[in-house]
Design a protein around this ligand. Structure first.
Ligand SMILES: [Cu+2]
Length: 342
């Protein structure tokens, strides 16, 4: 990892906590729940089906000081700040007309760490696209920057809609595809220099539901990415859904025993491999989500660049379940988070 003087990396002591204090404060397992970090104000929500995922149990309680690693989320982000890129829109069928604008935007990826991003619609990752297999999608991309960009969708489509041809500054192009196959697929800019266009934030997640849908579950998207703050071709900060330490501050809540489904995508540039590791529980793995039968039951999946998976689990006991990449430099540099079984 780059040891750049441009990147401020506060030590745990600057937060007034030693590592041992932090562990004691957050508790591992259910201890912290008894101490009230998730509060007594939580009601037991009804199960969110795939028809109503935005009713969620997402955020709403900061965890206080804890196990966040080197980077904290920006102070101005509240518990719903990442809802649009974390909670998928409801499943739907039928053709869709979607508009995405490529814009340059200076965004904070961690407290005190801003960078000039290239984004779809102003945030990185960009909006979650959701469709049912076979649906016609007309996706119009407006390039509102001074550079060439475009939109390349993973999955199946006509090669004439593959999105490697540049859209010039001020230009637009409408990609017409039939969504498929069922699964979770990234989309991203595919303009040279490719690594730079991806590393600066031009990507997002597309969920394609099988006809008839998947079983009801609390659904969340977790997209892993790295941020090259000092533009030396290496990442200094790692994030789930674009913000360092966000899910360490705001755990993703799932009622005890309810099914949870994660759409996990690795869009990290410069690091050849990432992963997702869940503590204290194991999960079913559906690689790329293209089959409805899981291929593995484990607690860690490894994802190369552009790889993704759906994982499903239930949390059987009240408490906190940590998640992070098993590349621990990533976990320590922003990609640490929690599920809270409530
Ligand atoms: Cu681009």
């Amino acid at each position: 990892m780059a040891a750049s003087s441009d990147v401020t990396k506060p030590s745990p002591d600057e937060h007034g906590l030693t590592r041992r204090d932090a562990l004691r404060t957050v508790g591992l397992g259910g201890a912290a729940l008894g101490a009230g970090f998730l509060g007594g104000s939580l009601s037991q929500p009804a199960l969110a089906s795939s028809d109503s995922p935005r009713s969620a149990f997402y955020g709403s309680d900061a965890t206080g000081p804890g196990y966040t690693g080197e980077f904290d989320p920006p102070e101005n982000l509240d518990a719903s700040a990442l809802a649009d890129v974390t909670i998928p829109p409801p499943a739907r069928t039928g053709s869709q007309q979607i508009t995405l604008s490529v814009v340059e935007s200076r965004n904070e990826v961690a407290a005190g760490q801003s960078m000039n991003q290239w984004t779809f619609d102003g945030s990185a990752p960009g909006p979650i696209i959701r469709a049912t297999e076979g649906d016609l999608l007309e996706i119009t991309v407006h390039n509102q920057t001074d550079h060439n960009h475009n939109l390349h969708l993973h999955g199946r489509h006509s090669p004439s809609m593959d999105g490697w041809e540049p859209i010039p500054p001020g230009g637009e192009f409408t990609y017409e595809i039939k969504a498929g196959p069922a699964g979770v697929h990234p989309y991203h800019c595919h303009t040279m220099p490719l690594a730079k266009h991806v590393a600066k934030g031009l990507y997002g997640t597309m969920i394609v539901d099988p006809i008839g849908g998947r079983p009801p579950a609390h659904e969340f998207v977790l997209l892993l990415s790295g941020w090259d703050i000092d533009e030396d071709g290496r990442n200094e900060i790692y994030t789930w859904n674009g913000i360092a330490g966000y899910f360490a501050r705001y755990p993703i809540k799932v009622p005890v025993g309810d099914p949870a489904r994660l759409y996990i995508v690795n869009m990290t540039e410069y690091d050849p491999v990432g992963s997702f590791h869940l503590h204290a529980q194991t999960f079913d793995v559906f690689p790329s989500g293209t089959d409805v039968t899981p291929t593995e039951h484990t607690d860690t999946i490894t994802l190369g660049q552009g790889e993704r998976a759906i994982v499903e689990f239930a949390l059987p006991e009240l408490g906190r379940y940590m998640f992070h990449p098993h590349q621990h430099h990533m976990a320590g540099a922003g990609a640490m988070g929690w599920f809270a079984a409530i």
